[in-house]
Design a protein. Structure first.
Length: 266
């Protein structure tokens, strides 16, 4: 700009460079802005098949589940409007945002790079359903999941079935059931399947009460069990599950109640 204004031998050439420079700057800003927007997903410019998980709602069990995924190298992010809950997640080493999952900030400004799925796990069925609706635009309807409503998806007084996201972990797994599992001392555990310890051995050891949360294939692909899409286990799979407490053992999950967090065990 200074060369163009001062005149001289290079004034004409400098004047020609000004619009080019502006075009480059604007184009660069627009390009990187596009990568961070939902439109980037539609145009195929965003990360292909992102594996990260966004948790809407923070409970002690979901913190442990997020930790298990984080240890396997997956991006995880937790959102909750309860400050003590977000503090508990952060103390456990999990990125957490203190915000209402339905707020403009959560739906429009949170960085979703690397995030491919929403897991709505709050105790409120209506909030879970609305969160799935809100994030279906950016993540896709097939990648937003919620816990089964407490009264079942067919109840006449509950959330309309048309508004419910895909049912996470199956149609019988509600927030209430997970809270009961947690209260009984069940723990989040990773199990590596092999030729000598296959799916049958896994079920024999942990029983029918074991709840499979995530399956990680040998190629790093993450699968989340949902109603209507059962997952067959294979040799080499890493299975993250919620398993009953073994006799003679005790464990304390991190607390997200208003009294503050308890120290989670490694």
């Amino acid at each position: 700009l200074e060369l163009a204004e001062t005149g001289g031998a290079f004034a004409e050439e400098a004047a020609r460079l000004v619009p080019i420079a502006y075009t480059v700057i604007v184009g660069t800003v627009a390009f990187y802005g596009l990568l961070a927007s939902p439109l980037a997903r539609k145009l195929g410019l965003a990360v292909k098949n992102p594996q990260g998980i966004l948790f809407a709602g923070i409970r002690p069990w979901s913190i442990e589940a997020a930790r298990a995924l984080n240890r396997e190298g997956f991006r995880v992010l937790m959102v909750d409007s309860n400050y003590n809950a977000t503090r508990a997640a952060r103390m456990a080493g999990i990125p957490a945002v203190n915000a209402n999952i339905l707020s403009d900030y959560a739906t429009e400004e949170i960085d979703l790079s690397g995030i491919g799925r929403l897991l709505a796990v709050t105790p409120n069925d209506n909030v879970n359903a609305m969160a799935c609706m809100a994030f279906s635009h950016s993540l896709g309807h097939s990648h937003v999941y919620q816990l089964a409503p407490a009264g079942g998806s067919e109840g006449s007084h509950g959330v309309s079935a048309e508004l419910i996201g895909r049912l996470l972990f199956g149609d019988k797994v509600s927030s209430e059931r997970l809270e009961k599992l947690e209260g009984s001392g069940a723990t989040i555990r990773k199990t590596k399947l092999s030729e000598t310890f296959d799916e049958t051995a896994f079920l024999e050891r942990h029983g029918a009460e074991a709840l499979i949360l995530f399956v990680i294939r040998e190629n790093g692909q993450l699968f989340v069990p949902v109603e209507g899409s059962p997952i067959s286990l294979r040799k080499g799979d890493a299975v993250i599950s919620f398993v009953p407490l073994e006799e003679g053992h005790a464990r304390t999950l991190p607390s997200s109640d208003p009294k503050g967090p308890k120290s989670p065990l490694p």
